[in-house]
Design a protein around this ligand. Structure first.
Ligand code: HEM
Length: 83
């Protein structure tokens, strides 16, 4: 179980871990959060793709994923992005 208590297993885990984005490389680069599209796109624009979620333009906007959530996802990837 990861720090957010998210359930990422089975087909979802397979799809998330193998997905290659159009502009932002591998969604997950296991062990390397800074190279992972998921983390990069939650922190800022990535390749030609705007920061996500789409309504999040600057830090602190209501639409942005809170920093502690991004940190938990970062840790999960650093720890091997396990099921
Ligand atoms: C945590 C939430 C979200 C995550 C992790 C996320 C992640 C992503 C990723 C990985 C891509 C593909 C990037 C690529 O192929 O280079 C993408 C594309 C896109 N997302 Fe999101 N997304 C989120 C929320 C949203 C929301 C809420 C919207 C709309 C209201 C949205 C609209 C789009 C659109 C329109 C694209 C295509 C952009 C383009 O190709 O220029 N996303 N998103």
């Amino acid at each position: 179980m990861n720090p957010l208590d998210l359930m990422i297993d089975g087909e979802l885990h397979t799809r998330v871990s193998s997905h290659v984005t159009k502009n932002c490389g591998n969604l997950i680069d296991t062990g390397n959060p800074e190279e992972s599209g998921l983390i990069r796109i939650l922190k800022g624009p990535c390749g030609g793709t705007p920061r996500m979620p789409l309504e999040c333009v600057s830090d602190g906007d209501a639409a942005c994923i809170p920093p502690d959530y991004i940190e938990a996802l970062t840790q999960w990837i650093a720890d091997g992005a396990q099921e």
